[in-house]
Design a protein around this ligand. Sequence first.
Ligand SMILES: [Ca+2]
Length: 382
Amino acid sequence: MTLINVRMICVALLFCSEFATSNDEAFEIETLADGLDYPWAVTFISDNEMLVTELSGNLRRVSNGILNPTPIAGVPEVLFAGQGGLSEVTLDPSFADNGLLYLSFSAPAVDQPKLNQLNVIQARLEGNRLVDHKTIFKSDPPRKTAAHYGARLAFLDDGTLLITSGDGFNYREQAQALDNHFGKILRLNTDGSIPQDNPFTKNPDALPEIWSYGHRNLQGLVVADDGTVYEHEHGPQGGDELNRVLPGKNYGWPAITYGVDYSGAMISPFTEQPGMEQPIKYWDPSIAPSGMIMYRGDMFPQWQGNLLISALVPGDVRRLEIQGNKIIMEENSVHSVWQTSQCCGCSRWQFNTGYRRRRRQVDKSERQEVGTVRASLRHCCN
Ligand SMILES: [Ca+2]
């Protein structure tokens, strides 16, 4: 029996039985919500309620396992094209007191409607609507492409916000320059102002909001309990990366890479150069990493501090054990999920949403089919 056949049978069994196993655990997979249109990110506003972004532009609420049919009002209009749309939703560290949350999305540039930008807003959730909107970031310069936005958000312990901003696909060389937002992680205060202790504030040639650079399409961002920042990014073919990110550092794209262009063309002959950081892991073949969490639940104590990374190819979840600066174990037997997020301390350990983009533009009916069949939220327990 070929490996492919074994794999297909395993996947079929998972769908039939709703059970799955990892190296040392068995757990049940339960669909929590269905019928979502390109779900992209999920966050918990209580033990029983979560918010889910749909790339097509709606923010949805799931309460006690039931998808509210009415989208949350007050979400800005987004550019739903290519890889763009409504992307991340992240809660303010004081959300329980102030109701603030943050959204990232692509939208046309105000005075140049043929161009677009990655936007980040702050807003307050009041009932089933957003109020008190405040734009805190717009990527600059605007781009022609609707690809490689990054668009992940995460808070550091000091209350500042990290924003990932991808290289826009056509602008990869700009990832090495410090005068633009392509291929960067930015660090801002929640009112959009720039922290004085950012790494380039004293460099007159650099944008002071830049925190790290030389990235491609940053789709996963996690801040560990000890403050360590992990970021993963879609690389070229054979070059997806997991990085441990430090302020002011250059992560090399496109000057160094382990991958080649999907056309087969060489991007760079170099995999390392002085002054450029190495990934702590790269994937060859590519896995197309989408979401990432750090496990902090009680249910699987042996997984504490592990990274869970969802992979669009082949469509599974990787569990990585980290020791210092090294990955000492990678397991990929958690199947059929795409994006990951995490509940806030309740018994659930993992929720997943996702979408699978097709290479060609799909019509509405096909998009709905993708959303219905593949975009479910799953609840795993033992
Ligand atoms: Ca790199």
